[in-house]
Write a protein that binds this ligand. Structure first.
Ligand code: MN
Ligand code: MN
Length: 489
């Protein structure tokens, strides 16, 4: 260590403010003092009943929100039923208002006791989940079968999608401006769809002796579609034509309409309770619709909060947040400006940016829970445990914090105080060991405005799989945590 010889002593003394002593003795009763009790240990029969009720409602949401469009529609529907109005038309709002974009990006504002000039309490979650999309040209026939070609979206473990029931949830925009919304494969009696796999008797060279990353090429994720040819025996491509006929008869979607369609392949079937004690929830898309559900419920229940609130439902997080409906599109600036107008404040560019920089944000995203079967990838001291409540993840990124947004000490203190004061059972965690891999969230996109941001969400097992697992207790506590944050000063 070298001695500091820069500047005069005077300058230094003026520059260094004396540190403020912490207020009150034992003011912070942190989670470390709470010992090893989990949420179940700390809840009585009444709260457990609420946890169950909450879980049932959440499972219905998961079952109905298997695409980013559906998540958007359900949240928008809830906002409208609560009296939130469309702010794109201008004018004041009562309960609050929303802005929407392209059917996938949604922002809502609720006034607080304080005006928007001093900043918002923002919660952001993403409505998209890893899945397979059908390619624009997707129908082909080979031998006796008609098949559909898919395209990966987000971080999939490809083998998990083989030999299981899947459904298609489609949205087609027609040239005349009409849109068609359809789904297939969700009737419990069937039919469903499936992506075929190879039998073990013949998989030695094609799969078994290969590295996992090479054994399942994306171009082999093909959906089994049909085997009944059209009547005309002289025709060419009789199976392919049969598929197009089905699409047209059922939904009025013709071959070229597939070019303006979004057809998503998702796991078929409902979200379900899991475990001998039924204490878990299994279902597709909990990353990040668990947070979407909790955020939306907390937002509408926050009632006359101290600060104005923002709910932000973004899309395309799973592919790196690129595109017109993703977090970095500055949609929040438009929303903040509309909030200024609605509250009668002058939405100068400067004022909007100042308000955003003074805002506080929770990036609501699920966290990798520690799996007893794969403990080697997590650092015990900093790993997330199911049933111990929402995680607060100071930073994400990979290895040396590359690409990480990190909450500063002061902002971490604020979040600790908010959660502790509201009696939230929560835990501090990081995403696994430093060099095992890594990942990021939309936290960075909000931090770009200079606001305090921290990732906080429930721990999940089998994340990004067709059947992700959460704890009913964590799902409940995560909603309570977001509610506490929304109500904070
Ligand atoms: Mn996520
Ligand atoms: Mn994810």
């Amino acid at each position: 260590m070298s001695r500091d010889t820069t500047g005069s002593r005077d300058w230094h003394e003026k520059a260094v403010k004396p540190a403020k002593p912490a207020k009150g003795k034992g003011a912070d009763k942190g989670k470390a003092e709470e010992g090893t009790l989990n949420i179940w240990d700390r809840t009585g029969p009444e709260e457990r009943e609420e946890i169950e009720k909450h879980a049932r409602d959440y499972m219905r949401f998961l079952t109905e929100a298997k695409t980013e469009r559906k998540a958007f529609e359900l949240v928008l529907g809830r906002l409208e039923s609560e009296g939130f109005s469309d702010m794109s038309k201008g004018g004041p709002v009562g309960r609050g208002g929303y802005l929407k974009h392209m059917g996938k990006l949604l922002g809502a504002y609720a006034p607080g006791k304080a005006g928007p000039e001093g900043g918002f309490n923002v919660v952001v979650a993403h409505g998209d989940s890893p899945r397979l999309d059908l390619k624009p040209r997707c129908v082909y026939e080979d031998g006796a079968l008609a098949m559909l070609k898919s395209n990966m979206y987000g971080g999939l473990k490809k083998y998990q999608w083989l030999a299981r029931p899947v459904a298609i949830w489609g949205f087609t925009a027609l040239k005349d401006g009409r849109t068609v919304d359809f789904r297939f494969g969700e009737d419990p009696e069937g039919p469903v769809l499936t992506i075929t796999d190879l039998l073990p008797h013949l998989d030695r060279k094609v799969q078994r002796e290969k590295r996992l990353s090479e054994a399942f090429p994306a171009e082999k994720l093909n959906v089994l579609a049909a085997s009944l040819p059209i009547e005309d025996r002289e025709a060419k491509d009789r199976l392919k034509k049969a598929v197009f006929k089905l699409l047209e008869d059922r939904w009025g979607v013709r071959e070229d309409d597939l070019l303006s369609s979004e057809i998503e392949i998702v796991p078929a079937g409902p979200a379900l309770p899991v475990g001998l004690d039924g204490s878990f929830i299994g279902g597709y898309g909990q990353d990040d619709r668990l947070s979407v559900y909790a955020m939306a419920k907390a937002f509408v229940e926050a009632e006359t909060p101290e600060r104005p609130l923002i709910l932000l439902l973004v899309d395309r997080e799973e592919i790196g947040s690129r595109g017109a409906t993703a977090a970095p599109t500055r949609f929040i600036e438009r929303l903040a400006a509309a909030a200024f107008e609605a509250s009668g404040a002058e939405p100068s560019y400067r004022a909007v940016l100042e308000a955003l920089a003074a805002s506080s944000c929770v990036s609501a995203d699920v966290e990798a829970g520690t799996d007893p079967t794969f403990k080697e990838v997590s650092d015990d001291l900093n790993s997330a445990k199911l049933t111990y409540g929402p995680c607060v993840v100071r930073y994400t990124g990979s290895a040396a914090k590359y690409g990480a947004s990190e909450a500063g000490a002061e902002y971490m203190a604020k979040i600790r105080a908010v959660y502790d004061n509201a009696g939230i059972v929560w835990q501090s965690s990081l995403l696994g060991k430093q060099e095992e891999g890594g990942g990021g969230t939309v936290a960075q996109d909000l931090a770009d405005f200079g606001m305090g941001v921290v990732d906080s969400g429930a721990p999940v097992l089998s994340m990004h799989s067709p059947f992700e697992i959460s704890s009913k207790a964590d799902v409940w506590m995560t909603y309570k945590a977001y509610l506490a944050f929304y109500r904070s000063v």
